[in-house]
Design a protein around this ligand. Sequence first.
Ligand SMILES: CC(C)(COP(=O)(O)OP(=O)(O)OC[C@H]1O[C@@H](n2cnc3c(N)ncnc32)[C@H](O)[C@@H]1OP(=O)(O)O)[C@@H](O)C(=O)NCCC(=O)NCCS
Length: 176
Amino acid sequence: MSSAPFLVTPLDATHDRTVFNSGSEPLDRYFREGVAQDIRRRVTACFIALAGGQRIAGYYTLASASFLLADLPATTAKKLPRYPTVPVVRMGRLAIDQKFKGQGLGGALLADALDRATRSEIAAYALMVDAKDEVAAAFYRHHGFLALPDLPLTLFLPLATAAAPRKTDNKRFGPI
Ligand SMILES: CC(C)(COP(=O)(O)OP(=O)(O)OC[C@H]1O[C@@H](n2cnc3c(N)ncnc32)[C@H](O)[C@@H]1OP(=O)(O)O)[C@@H](O)C(=O)NCCC(=O)NCCS
């Protein structure tokens, strides 16, 4: 286990994405081949955790999204305005390199995403995720996320109740 701090920063062209290996081929392929174009098109933002100054240990993506009010649990929906949709921030992908799993980095990147969504000047009700499978859904439930009643792999955490630590771009954190 490493005790070195990680640096969380926006992905840019100087970072080497080729050796990243989370063990999930779709997540690794998107990171190698798809994310740069999505950033250029402004359909996603991508943040990475750097270990030792240059090795990418993890990444996640954020973008605007919306929920149908009717898909939310009734107890949540009744506290919201009667608009058909509810604005949210989607964490589309989260992956940790196998070498760095189990060190708290996934939880730290989730907290970083919650903090960025909460600090945004554009309002969003919640951070939402589409978990790729039940194991990933369990990770999010462990961190307080709730599943949509009819879509168990779509989970959300209201930002008003998220107690995320405050971090900023290029700020180091750790050891985790
Ligand atoms: C899921 C993933 C992001 C977790 O990252 P990680 O760095 O290994 O996890 P952490 O060390 O930060 O774990 C933080 C906490 O979550 C818990 N946790 C980790 N994986 C979990 C799971 N699948 N189910 C329940 N809890 C889990 C840990 O026990 C730890 O709990 P604690 O804080 O109470 O001690 C990582 O395993 C991964 O990249 N998996 C492949 C891609 C993936 O599934 N992405 C998810 C979204 S699609």
